[in-house]
Design a protein around this ligand. Sequence first.
Ligand code: Z5A
Length: 211
Amino acid sequence: MKRGQFITVEGTEGAGKSTAMQFICEFLQKAGCELVKTREPGGTEIAEEIRKVLLHSTASEKTQPVTELLLMFAGREQHIATLIEPALAAGKWVVSDRYVDASYAYQGAGRGIDKQYITELDKMVVGKYYPDLTLLLDIPAEVGFARAVKRNAERDRIEQEKIDFFVRVRNEYLARAKADPARIKIIDATLSLEQVQNQIELCLKEFMVNK
Ligand code: Z5A
């Protein structure tokens, strides 16, 4: 059985990931791919429980940055073993709304945790389950913020961070894309929805030609 392909979608707040996820999944399904749509934090029953602690805890104490990092990787371990690995082995395509790049961006650059610790967890938990393609929806923090405010949804614990936090997150995402241009494709998310979708479609077509 030919192994499936693993695609992740990343970006800062208000970049339009949810909208892009829908477009990507519809495009791949039309192309005949058998698909599993998932997300992080979350994706499996236990990982979704961890997500609740991470994003919507009502505890009065502060979540420590390292606690946040370890919970992200705990959920990821569960996600890989229970969903990602079996789906890929069965020849399915997995599309995840966020994955390991987010830990470098948010916990590394955002929270200031030493990259070396993240790299160690990455080796231990992710190992060979690296995405084949990552679409990075890139938008300046203030533009993304304005969109997110307009959307007017309830903001989770991480979304309540200040703008500087999201500037650091964006810069780390861009640095990672620069370091690994074969895997991480930058999508200009400031453009109209149609233009964003055109860029995504081009990347997907190019990716599929080589698969
Ligand atoms: N996190 C972490 O810290 N470490 C990790 O390792 C992982 C995650 C895996 C939850 O993520 C949090 O987890 C996240 C990072 C952290 N915290 N933050 N911030 P999430 O993915 O569940 O939550 P989110 O970041 O808020 O994503 P979202 O809900 O998918 O929002 P979005 O990217 O902003 O997407 P959207 O809802 O599609 O778009 C926002 C608005 O813009 C909406 O009104 C759209 O209609 C509009 N939109 C979309 N595209 C366009 C264009 N092209 N033009 C104009 N308007 C547009």
